[in-house]
Structure formats: C-alpha cells, structure tokens
Design a protein. Structure first.
Length: 108
C-alpha cells in the first residue's frame, strides 16, 4: 500500500472516531440538560410570591450540581470546532498556571 494511502486511511479513521466521540458526548449533554427541564418553574416560585419546599430546594441543588458538571463540556464540545480547541485550552490553562508574577517591592 502506498504511504499516501496509509496516511489517508489513518486520517479518515481518526476523523471518524473524533466525530463519533463528539456525537456521543453531545447526546450525553442533551440527556443531562433534559433532566434539568423542571428547574425553571421551581426557580420562578419566589418571584411569583411562593416559597420553596425542602423537597424543591433539594431538587434545585441537584439541578445546579448537574449543570456545574456540564459547563466545561458546553464550551468544548457543543461549540462548532470546540473539540479541536481543546489543545489550545490546555495550553492556555498551563500558561496561566506558570505565569511569572512580578516580585513584591522590598519592604523597609
């Protein structure tokens, strides 16, 4: 098999696996977000002059925990081309961590 065809086949398989991964994660995100569908009526209760019951407070905590776990995915996976931005995002986070801070002025 010629080297160019080997590279083409490898690139095709890589693209297909990335595409399947992206589709699988999008489906997972949609399922998680559909579970938070009941959150809005609960959030609107205080605005409508009602109080939250302890059960509703527990539901709100669960919804917010679920949404907090999804926020990085929403940026990286759902945005067009977001999966390919992952290396840039990793580089940016690393750069922030290793940023050299200016030394404090000497105290007299």
């Amino acid at each position: 098999m010629p080297p160019l065809q080997i590279i083409r086949n490898h690139a095709r398989r890589t693209f297909q696996s990335v595409s399947k991964l992206t589709q699988r994660e999008k489906q997972r995100l949609l399922e998680e977000m559909q579970q938070t569908r009941g959150m809005m009526p609960i959030l609107m209760k205080p605005r409508n002059g009602q109080r939250w019951t302890p059960e509703e407070r527990a539901q709100l905590r669960d919804h917010l925990r679920r949404l907090s776990r999804l926020s990085p995915y929403l940026v990286l996976v759902v945005m067009p081309g977001g999966f390919f931005m992952l290396p840039v995002f990793a580089w940016w986070l690393d750069r922030r961590r290793t940023r050299v801070r200016a030394p404090a002025p000497p105290q007299s």
